[in-house]
Structure formats: C-alpha cells, structure tokens
Design a protein around this ligand. Structure first.
Ligand code: DOR
Length: 454
C-alpha cells in the first residue's frame, strides 16, 4: 500500500506499522520507520512513507541470521547455488547467512573469497558472508584473511564429512589457532576414530548405525582436543552443531573459551525414528542422535548455554541420497525451514520467542562481531522478519527453493509462518513469493576485537 508524501512530517522509504516488535528483552507494539535501508525511528507518528507494510497481528523479529549454510557454488551447482539458496533463506524469514568453504574449489585464499562475493553480487536475496577454510596451505595467512570484507571467519573441519576440507593434524591446528583473533568455527569430530570405526557401517550397510559409527566419543574427543589447544593459544572457538549431552556438559564448563551452535535438525529429529522414516535423507554429520542427546540440547538452549542456531543447510540431490548406505553424502537442507520449525517449537512451549530471537540475532552478532545488524534499534540495518504465530501451514518439498528440491520436514504441519522478509529496508518476500530484485550485500564485521590470552 502506498501513502502520499506527507506535507508536514518526515518521510520514510518504508514504514512497518502495527506489529509487535520482539527483542531478546521484551515484546512491545512499535512502528518502524526506515530510510536508506536503516531504522530511523521506532515511533511512526508524524511520518509518511513511500511504502507501508501493515503488520497488525504479526510479530516483527530482528532479521534472522543463519550462521551455517552450504550453498555449493562454485563447483557443485547441481546441488545448490547462491541465488536459489538465498531465495530459500528469505522465503524462510532469514535475512543473512554465513556460507561454508567446502565448495570446488575450496574457499582458502583471497581470490576464492572474492570470487564468491562477485558471484553473490546481484544474485543474493539476503546479506551474506563467507567462511575461509583453515588448512595447512593458508594457516599463517589466516590473521589477514579473516579480516577481509565479507569474511565470516575461519572454519576448521577436524573430521571428514563432505568435500576435501580436512585438518586433523595437531601441528596444523595449532598454527591455525596462532594466526588471527576472531572466533574459529570448528566441526569437531575426531578423524582417526572415524576411520577406525568406519568398518561398522561398511559391514552393516544400515543407516541406523550412522550415530554408532560417528559416536559420542568421536565428537567429545575432538571437542576436548580443540578446546585444549585453543586455551594454549589464547584463542576463542565457536563449536558448530554440538550434538551430544557430553559435549554440552563439557562446553558448559568452558564458556570463556568456546561459544556454542546447535541445529534445528538435532533439536527436532530423533534416532532411531528419523532413520526408519527418512532413511539416508536423515544422514548428516554429526549425526542425529537419540532422545537423551536431544533433551540435553534443549536443556542447554533454555539454560543459555547456546549462542547461535545454524541450519547447516547441506543439500544433496535425491539421487545422491538414494545410494545404498554408507555411500550417500551426508547432509540435509535447512535454511528455509530453520525459522518455521523453531517457531513451531515455540508454539509447543519448548522455548520462548525471546530466547529464539536471542539465538538468531544477538547471539550471532556477539560471536561473529557483526556490525550494524541484529537489533531493532535506530541506526541499525532494517533487517526484519515478520511472522504470524497463529498461521497453520504445511512444510512441503514443493515450497523448497533449493536446487535439491526436498526437505526432511515434507508434510510437517506447523503453527506459525514467515509472512514477509525485509532486507535493509527492501521488502524481498511477501505471502510466500519473492519480489523485486536480489539485494544481498556482504555482511560487515568488527575485526578488531581485543581478545585476552589465556
Ligand atoms: O552432514 C554434513 N554435510 N555435515 C557437514 O559437516 C558437511 C555437510 C555438507 O557439506 O554436505
């Protein structure tokens, strides 16, 4: 709806009117005026606007930030690409994503990062930053690489998963930790133990054994090792997709050393049921485990022991997933379903909306040092996610924008829905459709965080 330019008051590009604004602290009715992509007022009295979004009956969240996606470009575009991946993000209410380095080629050097930024320009529907992979070939340059524009930080993969990125050698890990100042994001599974135990699944060919192969000890051992090395190096970690009760307990005792990410998949799916129902579609690393671990993750989430939620959007085609186990690549898509699935948990009373907002905005901003985002406050980017907490919808494969064309939640009914997504003042989705042009820009970071050595 358009309104005429006001003769007396001030003029905004966009007004979001009548919604309930949710911050980690509280929910309150507020109107939001935006100019040049930023929030300029939380009181719309006296403002006219070029565009008005009526948000009556809706909740307005700080734009949701997904701290872990694999968009597969360059090199693996038959699974996903930057346009489709970010389109799925905004359709699911996500306004910024951090993309992983296990593409072809890997993202290891300045030129790889710049190629990704160029590929995203004019094609990304949401804001985006890219991780640099930490490896033996670039370890001593990471202190510089992590400060480049559009870099989300350094990602280290300690146990092989999908693609060629792997750093399991302690000497290399120590070199990586010695170069740089930002949190190092780490996939902690112990490569030697995974290799030793691979025979379990080669013999059984049963996907229900996936969590037995990549067991609790594989995850805990790697997490302990890297936390120990980070303490020696005086470095901070962000431990990705924490999946076990044992790691939760260990990391709770090391809060000053490591922040924690958990995934909606690990909070929602449960072994063995998910493997019986979904087969290898549910195969991911670290694996979906049994109810004891899922409960521990929920407990940690409610207790404030978790800092961010990542979807670990890891698409593979249905043909690839249909191979006999253990051949299929591990991973499930998730960027488009992160918010609907988590809001459904909110509607079922498993966590508060405030806590969810903390995990999808303030948490990522704190861990990654994001500049100018993740708050509904004057001066911040107008990244807003409008949700209807009463809408009843069904998640379907048909709704998926991902090139892979499927979701593990096909057929799941949820109570909630993302109704509109606003990226820096541009309304990019409304009523389940994208509108306008892809407006995504590189996310900006504060790269001068002072970190106290151990
Ligand atoms: O299941 C997974 N898939 N875990 C990872 O760490 C990588 C991801 C992928 O890229 O497919």
């Amino acid at each position: 709806m358009l309104t005429a330019k006001g003769a007396t008051g001030r003029h905004a590009d966009l007004l979001v009117r009548g919604g309930t604004v949710v911050t980690p602290e509280k929910s309150a009715q507020a109107d939001i005026a935006c100019v040049d992509g930023r929030i300029v007022s939380l009181d719309a009295r006296g403002w006219s606007a070029s565009e008005v979004v009526k948000a009556d009956g809706l909740h307005v969240l700080p734009g949701v930030i997904d701290t872990q996606v694999h968009f597969r470009e360059p090199g693996l575009e038959h699974k996903e690409n930057l346009e489709a991946g970010t389109r799925g993000a905004v359709l699911g209410g996500v306004t910024a994503v951090f993309e992983m380095p296990n593409t072809h080629p890997l993202t290891l050097h300045r030129a790889d990062l710049e190629r990704k930024l160029a590929a995203a320009s004019g094609r990304a529907w949401c804001d985006i930053a890219f991780y640099i992979g930490g490896s033996s070939v670039n370890a001593s340059e990471l202190g510089h690489l992590e400060t480049l524009p559009g870099c989300a930080g350094v990602k280290v993969l300690m146990g092989s998963s999908f693609g060629d990125l792997l750093t399991d050698d302690d000497t290399v890990l120590r070199r990586i930790l010695a170069h740089g100042r930002r949190h190092v994001a780490v996939h902690a599974e112990d490569e030697a133990r995974l290799r030793e135990r691979r025979a379990i699944v080669e013999a059984s060919g049963d996907v229900r054994d996936h969590p037995r192969w990549r067991d609790v000890e594989s995850a805990l051992k790697a997490t302990r090792r890297i936390v120990g090395m980070a303490a020696e190096a005086g470095r901070l970690l962000h431990v990705l997709h924490v999946s076990t009760a044992e790691e939760v307990a260990f990391l709770a005792a090391h809060r000053s050393r490591a922040t924690v990410e958990v995934l909606p998949h690990h909070l929602t799916l449960c072994a063995p049921e998910c493997y019986e129902r979904l087969g290898t579609l549910a195969q991911m690393n670290p694996p979906v485990r049994d109810a004891r671990h899922r409960e521990a993750l929920w407990h940690a989430l409610r207790e404030g022991q978790v800092d961010t939620l990542g979807s670990d959007h890891a698409p593979h085609t249905q043909e690839e997933k249909a191979r006999p186990y253990p051949q299929p690549p591990s991973g499930m898509p998730g960027v488009q379903t992160l918010l609907p699935v988590m809001l459904d948990h909110v509607s079922q009373g498993r966590l508060s909306l405030q806590r969810l907002v903390e995990l999808t905005s303030a948490g990522p901003a704190r861990v990654f040092g994001i500049m100018g985002k993740a708050r509904i406050a004057v001066g911040y980017d107008a990244d807003l996610t409008l949700i209807d907490l009463k809408a009843r919808r069904e998640i379907t494969n048909r709704w998926m924008a991902s090139v892979c064309g499927w979701t593990p939640y096909d057929g799941m009914r949820v109570t909630d829905w993302p109704m509109a997504t606003i990226v820096r003042g541009q309304v990019v989705t409304r009523d389940d459709a994208v509108q306008g042009q892809p407006v995504g820009q590189p996310v900006r970071f504060c790269n001068k965080m002072a970190i106290t050595p151990a």
